[in-house]
Design a protein around this ligand. Structure first.
Ligand code: PHE
Ligand code: CO
Length: 296
């Protein structure tokens, strides 16, 4: 079988630009090299040493049920029956980032796209786009949790709907995804815990998001989040803290966003690092090391 493509950012005269693909493939599991399995092992072991006491319980529950380990890159075909039985989700293998609408369409149908390729040894500590480790280790464990599984499907449907409202609603919805699914924190009786996949798949940000004095940690508020710009090339300046997945679900899935998009029309977005008057502040960040610009 021909190797599927590995679609990554490309260097152009406008800098690095993301490249999109919609192709769904068969995971070429037999083609992974010893180096690629070793990269998986390194990343897996490193995060497993770091995350106890930092990631939420639901993440560990999901991970245990999937029976993934450091031995080898998991086969999607082994995970799918477990996932299917738990919440009806399935993994599909893709070549890289998907265009927005294709991504929403998959989520709305309980298909989670996972990039088939894993980063190179040189990219162990930083990669500018999702690879297999981020997509699988970061996202899949919570898909075994019914409330989160439902949230993700509703998000996909919400994305298709936002696209009919226009670009501003799409941007607002993307911010919500970013500050919850990718970079969310949760307040638990035992302290703040990570649930965002962009954090659990990153050694540096697993420590930074919880322990650094630099970032803000602010209670989740739907419209506040929808108006907040974010960082794609540095750690976040602000993390939003939910109280529970039920709270997140009630605050996002229940309301019809139509009137909210209308209300927010033309509203200026907040810089990523701002703390506002109405915020429920867990920590006001020192801002140390923050670049002055670059919020998207
Ligand atoms: N409730 C939102 C709407 O009506 C959809 C949505 C669900 C958004 C889940 C985010 C997360 O558009
Ligand atoms: Co992700």
């Amino acid at each position: 079988m021909e190797q599927p493509r590995r679609v990554e950012h490309q260097l152009t005269d406008k800098g690095y630009v993301p490249v999109y693909t919609t192709t769904v493939i068969e995971q070429p599991w037999a083609g992974y090299s010893a180096v690629e399995h070793a990269t998986w092992a390194t990343l897996f072991e490193r995060q497993m040493a770091l995350l106890p006491g930092r990631a939420c319980d639901e993440f560990f529950d999901g991970l245990a049920r999937l029976q993934i380990n450091a031995q080898a890159i998991p086969r999607f075909a082994d995970l799918n029956p477990i996932l299917k039985a738990a919440t009806g989700w399935e993994l599909i293998a893709v070549e890289g980032l998907l265009p927005e609408l294709a991504f929403f369409e998959h989520l709305a149908n309980r298909r989670f796209p996972v990039t088939w390729w894993i980063r190179t040894p040189e990219q162990i500590d930083y990669i500018s786009e999702p690879d297999l480790f981020h997509d699988l280790f970061g996202h899949v464990p919570l898909l075994l949790l019914p409330v989160f599984a439902d949230y993700m499907q509703a998000y996909g449907e919400g994305g298709l709907k936002a696209a009919r409202y226009g670009n501003e609603p799409l941007t607002e919805l993307t911010r919500l995804y970013w500050y919850t699914v990718e970079f969310g924190l949760m307040n638990t009786p035992r302290g703040l815990r990570i649930y965002g996949s962009g954090i659990v798949s990153s050694k540096g940000e697993s420590l930074y998001s919880l322990e650094s004095a630099a970032p803000n940690r602010i209670g989740f508020d739907l419209k506040r989040v929808m108006r907040t710009r974010y960082r794609i090339d540095t750690y976040q300046k602000t993390y939003f803290v939910i109280d529970s997945f039920d709270q997140l679900f009630r605050a996002t899935v229940d309301p019809d966003f139509g009137p909210i998009y209308y209300e927010l029309k033309g509203a200026t977005a907040f810089p990523a690092g701002d703390v506002l008057a109405g915020d429920r502040v867990f920590q006001r960040g020192s801002g140390e090391g923050w670049p002055a610009d670059g919020d998207v």
